[in-house]
Design a protein. Structure first.
Length: 259
């Protein structure tokens, strides 16, 4: 009986040293990359926890005067100003309301964005709250169209340019899907507009509309799961590479033994 030589049975299974070296380098690069991604997610998690803590502090702090509403000139803001608890005084320009499509716990409808002209002439866009589609027309909620001097309190929000993920704002058609401060101001020919808007708090408006205080503050924090996934992939790659290299070692030892 003729015994098959290992080289005759599966010569393709034995790789050259250059191929093994290239394979090892690629595996090493892959493990380093996956480990880096895992460590990056750990870093992102720490950043997210700090952000959540900071936002929680801003929301629960005593309200401050809205930036830019005292003195001269518009406020210069940064992402760190988001969700600050602010207050402002002025007169609503109800004739320049903008309606932004909204989906809330109360159902689908619109955010009512109303300019507020402050004492120093700066205009703030105020998201007064939610109205159902059937009450979009101001005549259906006349009691809520407050005249004269008002005081509002709420959360400072950063502008939302262009639209949402699926729909783009259409100023010419008066169709709005995000609260784009600059675009809304331009559509109503408003000047001296602060570069942010305010989400009004839950203080009840006459007649019950608009309904404020519906700001949703969520910061998804799945970074630990993502980090675990990257680390597991790195481990699987390392184990798979080790098993492949060990198999090459075993084949070479068998060939040397039979020669």
């Amino acid at each position: 009986m003729t015994v098959a030589h290992p080289d005759d049975r599966q010569p393709e299974a034995v790789r050259s040293l250059s191929a093994l070296t290239a394979f090892g380098v690629m595996v090493l690069i892959g493990i380093i990359a996956l480990t880096y991604l895992g460590l990056w997610q750990i870093h992102r998690r720490e950043w997210k926890l700090r952000l959540i803590e900071q936002v929680d502090q801003r929301i629960n702090a005593a309200p401050i005067i809205a930036p830019g509403t005292t003195g001269q000139g518009l406020a210069i803001i940064s992402p760190d100003d988001a969700y600050r608890h602010v207050t402002a005084h002025g007169v609503f320009l109800h004739e320049d309301e903008t309606f932004v499509h909204a989906s809330t716990t109360l159902g689908s409808g619109y955010w009512v964005i109303t300019p507020l002209r402050t004492d120093n002439g700066i205009i703030l866009l105020v998201n007064r709250g939610f109205v159902p589609a059937a009450q979009r027309d101001p005549h259906c909620r006349a009691a809520g169209q407050i005249p004269g001097e008002v005081s509002i309190t709420g959360l400072m929000r950063l502008t939302e340019p262009k639209g949402d993920l699926l729909r783009v704002n259409d100023p010419a058609g008066n169709r709005w899907y995000s609260r784009d401060v600059a675009a809304i101001a331009a559509a109503h020919h408003l000047t001296n507009v602060a570069p942010y808007f305010i989400d009004a708090d839950g203080t009840s408006n006459p007649g019950g509309l608009p309904v404020g205080g519906l700001t949703v503050i969520t910061f998804p924090n799945n970074h630990l799961l993502y980090a675990f996934t990257w680390f597991v992939l790195a481990l699987m790659l390392a184990v798979g590479a080790f098993m492949s290299m060990y198999e090459q070692y075993r084949l070479r030892r068998e060939i040397q033994r039979l020669r």
